[in-house]
Design a protein around this ligand. Structure first.
Ligand code: FEO
Ligand code: CA
Ligand code: CA
Ligand code: CA
Length: 654
């Protein structure tokens, strides 16, 4: 979600006296979308196996020696299709409203009920992971479970008449369109005829929504600040929401991260310091509070404290209740990237995606026992390593050095005298604790990825037009295009307390009028990096999420629609691999173990500035109903998972 009022990812609520306080807000120009060009592809509607076009090549230049990819870059695009390199194919796999199992089918007029929505794909697909079945002792590349986050909803598309006449049923349907999907998928057919499909029915198929019960564990479980009328013990919460990016544990479970939870709550006139710091405002973006009193803070002041966590789901055990792990801290979690320290402790890297927020790291107390790794017998998941550990926050110093500072009660001034009565309060108000220890305010930390061979860690800082005071790690004022930082933990140990870092790339448009916004990309221009993913061979895949208002005529005019690029981290060469349809964000890359199938999410195709459609004004600059994604015949645009393969069956990107 982007371009919302104060309190979402683009708008700072960090007013701490911590370094680089910015009181001056640089206004965000809002450019309108020009009228779309309608392309006739001659394809019928329905579930289309191929919904993209081979792209025209951006240039004849061959990839430089050492670049671990063979594809030719695609040109920037402003049309309404998905473009991939010559020699690649696209399949539509799983769009908003598709049933997870043998449930109700999607109705194109959005007339599915809330109960039906609870058995269908939610809206706005985001982070995602492919969990392979183990078949004949090997991880399958043709059969697995796909976990998909559904980050938020566009109520204008979700209901036949949009937000008009808001009802309890609309509230319920909206809540059921949030959360996570787990679907079983397989590749059926032979050779070039083979197609991916959702297996229906499936015993694994499951929706977790904003109404599914979740267990709360860790140091804050049961704390007074987590108790509500419905849950006087503070250990069970109804639902997860704003599920953005993700993580995967070594024991085979899925982590899903709660990001912009604040926009669902109607705050009070006199917010507490904690509510202010988390952007709980007097005006809610959603209207859930009108029919679900737990989203009105006046009557249920602790309910917001029960969101903003990392949750764990065991996709292999549909009967198991998901868990919110309070040990990982409460903030606007982007993702939760897991690796092991040298001694086997579990390390989780996490970004807090809002302007001037922080990068965090969790280190477990206990060690992971490799015998817990999933065998073919599918041992039950064990999340205890995410219940007990230490949360750290990053301080980036000039000169390429950095330190992790512990957010441990009783240390670094995190005590009752400074407003932290317990470790539970340090975690519930992790942002305030991080302010207190002087963490470095970043330009919106999004995904974090770890290089599979070198262990280097990459974090996208999507953009921050509001930055005035710069620092070494956030070097550009009015940062329109964002950048990617990377660090190497001291001694190559993920649990180290210090690291060395550099800026991997300053994104930008080399033709931009402002020299500061031109960046230093060696290759294809892009901006607003968001999703990051390393494939098994060490290629860094970068997915972009430029705001919907920045396209035509704006800073992104020459960069075009959001896209996917591949970087060689050694040579720093970057090539554009895919361009998405208008108004979309590209996100959620994951792949099969053999590297021959890549899954990616097209989120919010056709989105308008302000992130909201209005069925009463469908042509008011809108892509809808003339949009071409996912069906070229138009209809409501739908977020969707698509599969990318090479026509010759080779490794995608290789
Ligand atoms: Fe949900 Fe920061 O992207
Ligand atoms: Ca977005
Ligand atoms: Ca994101
Ligand atoms: Ca983003």
């Amino acid at each position: 979600m982007d371009e919302e009022p104060r309190g979402t990812d683009a708008s700072p609520v960090n007013e701490s006296g911590n370094r680089h306080l910015n009181d001056l807000l640089v206004p965000i120009p809002r450019g309108g979308l020009t009228r779309r060009r309608l392309l006739q592809m001659g394809l019928a509607g329905g579930v289309l196996p191929f919904l993209g076009l081979p792209a025209r090549a951006a240039g004849k230049e061959r990839l430089p020696a050492g670049f671990a990819a063979t594809f030719e870059a695609v040109a920037a695009s402003t049309d309404d299709l998905v473009h991939v390199p010559e020699g690649y194919s696209l399949e539509l796999l799983y769009a908003w409203g598709d049933p997870v199992s043998d449930g109700p089918v999607f109705r194109a007029d959005a007339s599915n009920s809330a109960a039906e929505q609870a058995e269908q794909a939610g809206m706005h697909h985001d982070g995602m992971h492919f969990f392979p079945f183990v078949e004949r002792g090997r991880a399958s590349s043709s059969h697995g479970l796909l976990c998909v986050n559904h980050e938020y909803t566009d109520e204008g598309l979700l209901h036949p008449d949009g937000r008009a006449g808001w009802t309890a049923e609309k509230t319920l349907k909206s809540q059921c369109a949030h959360g996570v999907s787990i679907v079983e998928i397989d590749l059926t057919g032979e050779g070039r005829e083979a197609r991916w499909r959702v297996v229906r029915p499936s015993p694994y198929a499951r929706r977790i929504t904003a109404r599914t019960p979740l267990h709360i564990d860790g140091p804050a479980a049961g704390d007074e600040l987590l108790r509500t009328h419905e849950d006087p013990r503070g250990e069970r919460v109804l639902g997860t929401l704003a599920n953005c990016a993700m993580g995967v544990t070594p024991w085979g479970t899925y982590l899903s991260c709660e990001e912009n939870f604040n926009v669902y709550f109607l705050g009070s006139e006199r917010p507490t310091a904690g509510q202010r710091r988390y952007g709980i405002r007097e005006r809610a973006v959603y209207r859930w509070h009108e029919h679900d009193p737990r989203f009105a803070v006046a009557g249920e002041p602790n309910e917001p404290n029960r969101f903003g966590w990392v949750i764990e789901i065991d996709p292999w055990n549909p009967g198991k209740m998901p868990v919110k792990h309070t040990a990982l801290g409460r903030f606007k979690h982007e993702g939760a990237t897991v690796r092991l320290a040298r001694d086997g402790r579990v390390v989780v890297y996490m970004g807090d995606d809002e302007a001037f927020e922080y990068i965090y790291k969790y280190v477990s107390r206990e060690r992971f026992d490799a015998r817990q790794r999933r065998s073919a017998a599918r041992r039950p998941a064990d999340g205890r390593l995410l219940e007990d550990g230490t949360l750290y926050v990053a301080r980036f110093a000039a000169g390429g050095h950095g330190r992790w500072v512990a957010l441990r009660h009783g240390e670094n001034g995190l005590d009752a005298a400074n407003g932290f009565a317990s470790q539970a309060e340090v975690l519930i108000h992790a942002r305030l604790a991080a302010d207190h220890v002087g963490a470095t305010k970043m330009d919106r930390p999004e995904w974090i990825a770890v290089h599979p061979q070198s262990g280097e860690v990459y974090c996208s800082l999507t953009h921050n037009r509001q930055r005035v005071d710069t620092d070494a790690a956030n070097p550009r004022p009015g940062n329109v295009f964002g950048h990617i930082v990377r660090w190497r933990e001291d001694g190559g140990d993920a649990a180290a307390m210090a690291f060395s870092w550099d800026v991997f790339v300053l994104c930008g448009d080399p033709g931009h009028a402002d020299p500061k916004q031109r960046g230093n990309i060696r290759g294809d221009a892009f901006g607003s990096p968001d999703g990051l993913w390393f494939d098994r061979d060490g290629r860094l895949w970068i997915q972009t999420d430029a705001p919907s208002s920045s396209g035509d005529g704006g800073d992104y005019a020459r960069i075009g629609n959001n896209q996917v690029l591949v970087a060689d981290v050694t040579s720093r060469r970057i090539r554009r691999f895919l361009t998405g349809p208008r108004g979309c964000e590209m996100t959620g890359l994951t792949g099969t173990p053999d590297g021959r199938n890549v899954f990616v999410n097209v989120q919010h195709p056709g989105e308008l500035p302000g992130s909201r459609s209005d069925p009463a004004r469908p042509l008011g600059g809108s892509a809808w109903p003339a949009n071409q994604f996912p069906e070229v015949t138009g209809g409501r645009p739908r977020s969707a998972t698509v599969v990318i393969r090479r026509v010759d069956g080779g490794v995608v990107g290789g």
